[in-house]
Unconditional design. Sequence first.
Length: 242
Amino acid sequence: MVLEKSRLTVAVIQSNYMPWRGYFDIIHDVDLFIFYDDVQFTKNDWRNRNRIKTANGTTWLTIPVGSRADRLICEVELADHSWQQKHWRSISQAYARAPHFARYRAFFEDLYLGRQWNWLSELNAFMTVSIARDFLGIKAAFKDSREYQPEGSRQERLLDLLKKAGATAYVSGPSAQSYIEEPSFASAGIDLVWKSYEGYPEYPQLHPPFEHAVSIVDLIFSVGPDAPFYIWGWREGSRAPR
């Protein structure tokens, strides 16, 4: 008797600072989510900044990371910690009147004022995993790419990582369609699944007009436990919250 290989759906993405809802949508789709932080850091990308909504429109919250270019994401050290208090002040001022700000305040207050973050990867992973598990109820497992010691470069390295993780399916964001070679995944026995970020419903958001491209904090402060509906529940036929 030949036993079938158990299916393992995997996503591999660089860590982001307080990501938008599409990031968590991908995490919800997979069995295993791998933070891909042993790759080149790109400054002023989603790795160390994101946007929130304020009475004056959207604004960037950026973590200062210095000017060094030649380093991996996991090597980005946070030497200046003054940003933590500044970011918390900006978030609390922007969302103090949001319906569910009080529900999550203790977590974020401790994250920004009760801890000192020395490494960008550590901060991003902690925030992402905590929000995914504790606030959104996502069951995916989380790993770091360094645990697998992938070899090669670019797509070859990604495929090596997926093979070592035991992936049978790989979920990728749509932007990767410009450079991923689909036949390579088929040859490796890994199904390639393209994620779509289209169709997300609007939710009751402070300070209109509505803006989709903002951090997950905007969504959870606005709708609280109903957040999963606005990420994936609407696609599964769930009833819209009242």
